[in-house]
Unconditional design. Structure first.
Length: 132
């Protein structure tokens, strides 16, 4: 019976939505939204070079600045290096989501505003002020 199947199915764990990355020269900023009505209690960010980690126990912890429950800046990075970040959500039962992966490459930041020049020059990147 369909009602029995649904009742016995494990809850689908929620991933973050609208995950965005802003690369810098020696830092990467990651922003996200937590879906409304989700059971998300925490976000665990793991990073790795070469390929993303698919496990909350894999990769290494990020270190930097937590802006809010919706953003983090990873600092002390090497320039011209690709970093893979996996963002896992944790629900109130301590269960992890499958994770959301974002790839960011650090690079030159000549004006020292914390944002990679190549990223700033791209016309699709719009800042909170509404100005490109």
């Amino acid at each position: 019976r369909p009602s029995d199947i649904c009742k016995n199915s494990p809850e689908v764990l929620t991933n973050l939505v609208n995950v965005k990355g802003i690369p810098g020269q020696d830092r990467n900023t990651i922003l996200w939204e937590i879906p409304k009505h989700s059971n998300i209690q925490n976000v665990l960010i793991r990073k790795q070079l070469n390929h993303p980690t698919l496990s909350p126990a894999g990769g290494i912890s990020v270190s930097g600045i937590e802006h809010s429950k919706n953003g983090f800046t990873d600092v002390g990075l090497s320039s011209n290096t690709t970093y893979f970040y996996t963002l896992f959500t944790v629900n109130s039962d301590g269960e992890y989501s499958p994770g959301k992966v974002i790839e960011l490459r650090t690079g030159v930041d000549q004006d020292l505003d914390g944002i990679k020049d190549e990223y700033e020059a791209h016309p699709d990147n719009v800042y909170d002020s509404g100005l490109p």
